[in-house]
Design a protein around this ligand. Sequence first.
Ligand code: UDP
Ligand code: MG
Length: 160
Amino acid sequence: VFLPHLVASLEVEETYIMIKPDGVQRGLVGEIISRFERKGFQLTGLKLFQCPKELAQEHYKDLQSKPFFPKLVDYITSGPVVCMAWEGVGVVASARKLIGVTNPLNAEPGTIRGDLAVQTGRNVVHGSDSPENGKREIALWFKEGELCEWTPVQEPWLKE
Ligand code: UDP
Ligand code: MG
């Protein structure tokens, strides 16, 4: 089957990646950030943040009719999260591949969820599912002035 959301584009994109409260509590922050850094994507925003209930509801508004929605909001607000903005060519789909599928038991070994989690309700990390949602979520979680534009010195060694 053709899964357009899993095919990395050739466009420079932004994605919102978030280490969920279980990832923070389990001491996986460094491990998770490392995977995106080592891949070669560019970090443009980063903060530790206690998410208010209204923001969790807005972030996951497409899921509000699902039976698990109240538990999901409780989970996301249960402790601090690490909010990140990452930029790069094809970063939205590529980050989803690095993260692995929603249920960690089905996620491939080598992915974050495949290596580090066992339950859908404790799947340690979020990643935007489209470039549009990447922009929407970064605007939702970061304020003006919290993002940085910069040029990594390694760029000529990543891109020909
Ligand atoms: N979720 C859950 N139960 C489900 C489906 C999803 O608790 O049956 C949670 C889980 O934390 C998931 C989040 O809701 O990561 C968002 O669901 P989505 O389908 O968007 O998965 P994702 O994009 O995170 O892989
Ligand atoms: Mg999703």
